[in-house]
Write a protein that binds this ligand. Structure first.
Ligand code: 13P
Length: 233
């Protein structure tokens, strides 16, 4: 089964999220693709409500490892579950780059979310400098070293140089990275980084690429639905 997840990042408050999700319910989505949206925390409740009774899953963008406590600005797995949220992203490169997320904290967040029963999309990927220095495989193995196989775990390979840049990894680069990841951890692997309706089919054609984590192109219902249709197996 192919999984297409839309990471909205810091876009769409509750009103816009509700409008989007109601339109997504009516969109032409293929039956053989699992579809997920990842709204900001404040829009999760509205999104869960608007998508109730559909197969479309709602994921958060992050999750703390403690159940509760003095952790200002953080949200726990239990709180997400109370809202009806199905899973969470963890370790997105923007969290690693701008908010001090480390392999260690990623490992703790992933473990806690899985233990609580959430599904997890854990993100890994090298920077441009790391790729140019020939360190891609080492970086991926280091980032994966904190993860253990789990039926509810999916990894997203998101090369940092391809995120929001329009520079998509070639299917060959993505395939090679996905095979490295799968050799370490036997879980489905999504590709993320400038996925658009017109490059999704080519990327998804390889069996090592199990779906996509889509940023910018997931913010528009027509373009997100077009990516889902292009990705059908
Ligand atoms: P873009 O699709 O905008 O490049 O973002 C990718 C991403 O970071 C998804 O998590």
């Amino acid at each position: 089964m192919t999984l297409i997840a839309g990471n909205w990042k810091m876009f769409k408050g509750p009103v816009e999220a509700g409008t989007f999700c109601r339109a997504l319910r009516e969109a032409d989505l293929p039956d053989d693709v699992d579809v997920v949206v990842c709204p900001p925390f404040v829009s999760l409740a509205e999104s869960v409500q608007a998508l109730a009774g559909t197969e479309i899953g709602v994921f958060a963008q992050n999750c703390h490892w403690e159940n509760e406590g003095a952790f200002t600005g953080e949200v726990s797995a239990a709180m997400l579950q109370e809202l009806g949220v199905y899973g969470t992203l963890v370790g997105h490169s923007e969290r690693r780059q701008y908010f001090g997320e480390t392999d260690e904290t990623v490992g703790k967040r992933v473990r806690a979310a899985l233990d609580a029963g959430l599904h997890v999309i854990a993100c890994v990927g090298e920077t441009e400098a790391e790729r140019e220095a020939g360190e891609t495989d080492d970086v991926l193995r280091r980032q994966l070293s904190v993860l253990e196989p789990d039926d509810n775990l999916v990894v997203a390979y998101e090369p940092v140089w391809a995120i929001g840049t329009g520079k998509t990894a070639t299917p060959e680069i993505a395939r090679a990275a996905h095979e490295t990841i799968k050799a370490v951890l036997d879980v489905p692997v999504l590709y993320g980084g400038s996925v658009k309706p017109d490059n999704a089919a080519e990327l998804m054609a390889h069996h090592a690429i199990d779906g996509a984590l889509v940023g910018g192109a997931s913010l528009d219902v027509d373009s997100f639905a077009a990516i889902c249709r292009a990705s059908r197996s």
